[in-house]
Write a protein that binds this ligand. Structure first.
Ligand SMILES: Cc1cc2nc3c(=O)[nH]c(=O)nc-3n(C[C@H](O)[C@H](O)[C@H](O)COP(=O)(O)OP(=O)(O)OC[C@H]3O[C@@H](n4cnc5c(N)ncnc54)[C@H](O)[C@@H]3O)c2cc1C
Length: 387
């Protein structure tokens, strides 16, 4: 069996080391940070210092020289400890990967060392209010302005724009000759004139906020464009596949965290003769949740393996399936964990109730359950399209 299925000794060691870091921070730390309206800066800085945040980035730019397989281990283990870092999904995974693969030498030098050592963070914006799941319909448009660009448009639900040094914005160029629009990526620094953000009032208890963005004739230099303006979807998916794999890691970590809390409670709580965990109505759904999380991880490892081997096409299908499986497993594990605790499942003291909302994010973002089922229906099964 390949090393991607049975974890190598190095990856096992990484998993154990990150789990140890997670235990030093954990849920209590994150809850305190969130309730205080802050960000998990200490954890972000320490994870970076230990080389975990940039583990996937090239060594020559300060990274660890690993891949998405390693980065997903980091996020899963921090999640399993109760203190996931959502910005890992966008900063090193999407933005770091896209810049490392398609950026100019100057862009790599400017961004990768900072993304790797945690001193710089980059958000990612593709979702638009009128396009939603149909990203082919995005209308954020870049038009040429001398040597540079002028970017105009709107984005919604973009995470962490307030704490990110810049946001990688997906737009389209307005090709003057043909009038055709093509997707391409621009680095927009946080304080650029005309780049406005408004926080969205979300029902999620998390440190990272979501924003609506307005790009009102944002003037950018020529080197704000990452990669080739004609490379289009290929370049975009080089970043979106890691995003799906990392969302799977986020979901599996959260599911494991909730499951562990439920198991501890089920062993301890007795309302008849035996602890409630002895009742199969409690034990079996927890066992099922464990099985489904394990299966989702296997698919995530396959997706990461294919991606790290350079098989973008194969990784696309596997990353979608992994994200689907992990999102479903996470929602089920959290639901069953809350149920296992009875009334305590909804108390602030036990802190599981808020995960019900958080878990749903993994079903909706970055690509919804239905859009993955559509992808598999059309691309894998060859079924006709209804839209
Ligand atoms: C907490 C959070 C953080 C986020 N962070 C980011 C970020 O950092 N950057 C970013 O760019 N985006 C981000 N998003 C946006 C996220 O990717 C979108 O919410 C997601 O892609 C769904 O788009 P939508 O909300 O417009 O839903 P819609 O596209 O309006 O879909 C609504 C519902 O209709 C269903 N649907 C739509 N079309 C079809 C179809 N053809 N067949 C069947 N069902 C369909 C969907 O599955 C969904 O259930 C974030 C979202 C959340 C909730």
């Amino acid at each position: 069996m390949s090393a991607a299925v049975i974890e190598t000794e190095e990856r096992k060691a990484l998993r154990a080391a990150v789990a140890a870091l997670g235990t030093r921070y954990g849920r209590e730390y994150l809850t305190k940070v969130v309730r205080g309206g802050g960000h998990p800066e200490e954890l972000w800085a320490e994870a970076a210092k230990l080389g975990y945040l940039g583990v996937n980035l090239p060594e020559e730019y300060g990274g660890g020289g690993g891949g998405i397989a390693e980065l997903s281990i980091v996020l899963e283990e921090l999640g399993a400890a109760g203190s996931p870092l959502l910005m890992m999904v966008v900063s090193p995974a999407i933005c770091g990967t896209v810049i490392a693969r398609f950026g100019t030498e100057e862009q790599k030098r400017q961004w990768l060392p900072g993304l790797a050592d945690g001193t710089k963070t980059m958000a990612f914006g593709i979702t638009e209010p009128d396009a939603g799941s149909n990203s082919h319909r995005i209308t954020t448009t870049a038009r040429r302005d001398g040597d540079g660009w002028i970017l105009t448009g709107r984005k919604v639900f973009i995470s962490g724009v307030d704490i990110a040094d810049a946001t990688l914005i997906v737009g389209r160029t307005e090709d003057a000759r043909t009038g055709k629009l093509k997707p391409c990526l621009f680095i927009v620094p946080r304080d650029t004139e005309g780049f406005q953000r408004h926080v969205i009032d979300m029902e999620i208890q998390a440190a990272e906020k979501q924003f609506e963005l307005v790009l009102d004739d944002v003037r950018l230099p020529a080197d704000a464009l990452v990669g080739d303006e004609d490379a289009g979807l290929l370049q975009l998916f080089a970043g979106l596949n890691p995003e799906r794999i990392m969302t799977a890691a986020f979901a599996i970590g959260m599911g494991r965290y909730a499951l562990a809390r439920a198991i501890a409670y089920a062993k301890d709580r007795s309302v008849w003769k035996a602890p409630i965990g002895a009742h199969q109505a409690i034990a079996h759904p927890l066992a099922q949740a464990h099985i489904e999380l394990e299966l989702a991880r296997l698919m995530m490892q396959k997706a990461a393996h294919l991606y790290d081997q350079g098989d973008d096409f194969g990784a696309g299908e596997a990353a979608n399936i992994a994200k689907y499986a992990a999102g479903e497993a996470c929602v089920k594990a959290v639901d069953q964990a809350v149920h296992t605790l009875g009334g305590n499942g909804l108390t602030r003291e036990y802190g599981l109730g808020s995960l019900v909302t958080a878990a749903r994010v993994t079903r909706i973002a970055p690509v919804s359950r239905e859009m993955i089922l559509n992808f598999v229906s059309h691309q894998t099964l060859g079924l006709p399209k209804s839209y």
